[in-house]
Design a protein around this ligand. Structure first.
Ligand code: BES
Ligand code: ZN
Ligand code: ZN
Length: 497
C-alpha cells in the first residue's frame, strides 16, 4: 500500500476512483465540502433520489475527467448521528466495491465533521479501508491463476491536515492492519500446515526481524522437565509434538510494568476422544485464533516501537484422536501442581491455558495478564459475533479493556466470575475437574482458568464467536477476522509506563 497526502483537490494525480462523501439532510444528499467541478454530475442522481446519502450508500459514476474515470458518492448519513464506526463501515463499503471492480488507486477527500478531530476521522477512514483490503487466496492457486487477486494499492488523502501528519497516521494503521492480515493468514491456513512447529518457527522469525524481541521455544522434552502435565496430555494424540512459545518484546527496559499476553494455540481441535460431530469440527483450524492475536499484537507493538514490555506465551498443540490420546476420566497433574480430572477432552483449551498461566505467573513476573482464547461455543450463544466475552478479577483492567473495545469497535462485554459456580468444577478424585455441565459454560471455563492466575490482575477474552465468522460482517471478512489486535494496540498505547 502506498499513501500520499495533499492539501488541495486540484493537486491530485490520476487515480481509478475519487471518493466524495455526502451527508443526509431531509432525506437528501448534501456534499460534505464544495466540489464545483463535479456538482453538475452528482446533482442528477441526487435530484432523481437515486442517491440519498444514507449511511454506507455507494454510487459509482463514470465521469470524463482528466484525473479519474469514476467518482464514488459515499453516504455518511445524518451528521448529528455520525460516529467513527460509521466512517469505518462506510469507507469499507466503498473499498469493497472498488476491489470487486479491480480498482487499484483511490483519491479521497477527507470530510470535516463537527465534534470530531480531523485525525480521528482520518484514523477511522483508514482503518475501514485497510481492514477490507485483504484476500486469502493461498488455497486456490488455479482460480488465482485465471483471476489474480486485485487489491487497492494507492490511497491519496486530500485534507487540511499537514501531509506529514496524514502519512504518519495512515502508516500506523497500515502497521496494525498488516499484523491483522498476518493473523488472518495464520488462522485461515490449513491446520496441516499451521502446526505447533509452524507457530514456533513463526515466533522465531518475528524475533529475528523485530526490534528488541526474543523467542524461546520449549519442546516436548523441556515441557516434561517443566512438568507441563496438561499441555502434554492434550498433545498426546497428535502426530505433532506440543510446544510452549515465549516471545518477548522489551520496549521499556526501565519500567517494571510487564504485560503477559497468552494465546490459545490449538492448531486443530477434533475434540479428542470426546470427538466433535460433523458440523462441529470443520472450522476447528480456528482454534489457534488466540495465539494468532497474541503473536501478531506483538508484531504490531514492536514495529510501532511502543514503549511497553510485552511477553506473549502460546501453548500450542493439536487436540487429536489416536490410540495415545489422553482419556476422559483420567487425572493429570498440571504445571501448578493441582491435579485435574478430565470430564471432557474437548474442554482442552482451558487445560493448556492453565499450564501457560501458571508458567507465566511463576517465570515471567507479569504485572498484568491477558489471555485470548477461542474457548467455548457457549460464548456465541451468550454474545454472538458482536462482542467477545471478557472475564476479569480486576475492575480497573476490565474497564480499560471495555473502553478499548468501544473505541476500536472490537467490543468486549464483561461476564461474571460468580464464585458459587466453582462448585460445579469439584471433582471427587482430583483437585478440580475441567468441565461442570452445560449451564454457564463460558463462566465455568473462565473460573477454571482463574484457579491458575493467583492474584495478578488478569483478564480472559473468550473470542470463540468473534475470531472466525461464517459470513462477511461489515469490514470483517468471512473466516478469520484477526480480532483483538486493534483492541490490544489501543490498550497498550495507554498502558502504564
Ligand atoms: N475450541 C472449542 C470452542 C469453540 C467452539 C471455538 C466453537 C470456536 C467455535 C473448545 O475447545 C470446546 O470444544 N469447548 C467445548 C467445551 C465443553 C466440552 C465443556 C464447547 O464449547 O462445547
Ligand atoms: Zn475443544
Ligand atoms: Zn478448542
Amino acid at each position: 500500500m502506498n499513501f500520499t497526502a495533499l492539501s488541495q483537490l486540484k493537486q491530485r494525480k490520476p487515480a481509478d476512483l475519487l471518493i466524495l462523501p455526502f451527508f443526509q439532510k431531509d432525506k437528501q444528499a448534501v456534499p460534505s465540502a464544495h466540489f464545483p467541478e463535479f456538482e453538475s454530475l452528482y446533482s442528477l442522481p441526487i435530484g432523481a433520489k437515486d442517491f440519498t446519502g444514507k449511511e454506507g450508500e455507494v454510487l459509482i459514476l463514470y465521469v470524463n475527467h482528466k484525473q479519474e474515470k469514476r467518482i464514488a458518492l459515499l453516504g455518511l448519513g445524518d451528521p448529528k448521528k455520525l460516529t467513527i464506526e460509521i466512517l469505518r463501515r462506510a469507507y469499507a463499503a466503498v473499498t469493497t466495491k472498488s476491489i470487486a471492480t479491480k480498482l487499484k488507486s483511490i483519491n479521497l477527500v477527507l470530510p470535516t465533521l463537527k465534534g470530531f478531530e480531523s485525525k480521528e476521522i482520518l484514523s477511522g477512514i483508514t482503518e475501514g479501508m485497510l481492514l477490507v483490503n485483504y484476500q486469502f487466496s493461498q488455497l486456490k492457486p488455479e482460480t488465482i491463476k485465471s483471476s489474480p487477486v486485485s487489491l487497492i494499492q494507492e490511497i491519496c488523502f486530500i485534507s487540511s491536515i499537514k501531509p506529514a501528519e496524514v502519512l504518519a497516521i495512515a502508516k500506523k494503521h497500515l502497521v496494525i492492519c498488516t499484523a491483522i492480515y498476518l493473523a488472518r493468514d495464520l488462522v485461515n491456513g490449513n491446520a496441516d500446515d499451521v502446526t505447533p512447529q509452524y507457530l514456533a518457527q513463526f515466533a522465531k522469525h518475528l524475533a529475528k526481524t523485530l526490534p528488541h524481541t526474543q523467542a524461546k521455544i520449549l519442546t516436548k522434552k523441556e515441557l516434561q522437565k517443566e512438568k507441563m502435565g496438561l499441555l502434554l496430555a492434550v498433545g498426546r494424540g497428535s502426530a505433532c509434538d506440543p510446544v510452549l512459545i515465549t516471545l518477548s518484546y522489551l520496549g521499556n527496559p526501565k519500567s517494571k510494568e510487564h504485560l503477559v499476553l497468552i494465546g490459545k494455540g490449538v492448531t486443530y481441535d477434533t475434540g479428542g476422544l470426546n470427538m466433535k460431530p460433523t458440523g462441529g469440527m470443520e472450522t476447528m483450524k480456528c482454534d489457534m485464533g488466540g495465539a494468532a492475536t497474541a503473536l501478531c499484537t506483538l508484531h504490531a507493538a514492536a514495529t510501532l516501537k511502543l514503549p511497553v514490555n510485552l511477553t506473549v506465551v502460546v501453548p500450542s498443540t493439536e487436540n487429536a484422536v489416536s490410540a495415545n490420546s489422553f482419556k476422559p476420566g483420567d487425572v493429570y497433574i498440571s504445571h501448578s501442581g493441582k491435579s485435574v480430572e478430565i470430564g471432557n477432552t474437548d474442554a482442552e483449551g482451558r487445560l493448556i491455558l492453565a499450564d501457560a498461566l501458571s508458567y507465566a505467573v511463576k517465570k515471567l513476573k507479569p504485572t498484568c495478564l491477558i489471555d485470548f482464547a477461542t474457548l467455548t461455543g457457549a460464548i456465541d450463544i451468550a454474545l454472538g459475533p458482536e462482542a467477545s466475552g471478557l472475564f476479569s478479577n480486576d475492575d480497573r483492567l476490565a474497564a480499560q479493556l471495555f473502553e478499548a473495545g468501544q473505541e476500536t469497535f472490537e467490543r468486549v462485554w464483561r461476564m461474571p466470575l460468580y464464585p458459587e459456580y466453582r462448585e460445579n468444577l469439584k471433582s471427587e478424585i482430583a483437585d478440580i475437574k475441567n468441565v461442570g455441565g452445560r449451564s454457564a459454560g463460558s463462566i465455568l471455563a473462565a473460573l477454571f482458568l482463574s484457579e491458575f492466575v493467583g492474584d495478578i490482575p488478569w483478564a480472559h477474552l473468550d473470542i470463540a464467536s468473534t475470531a472466525f465468522l461464517s459470513a462477511n460482517r461489515r469490514y470483517h471478512p468471512k473466516f478469520a477476522t484477526g480480532i483483538g489486535i486493534r483492541l490490544m494496540i489501543y490498550f497498550l498505547e495507554r498502558f502504564k509506563r
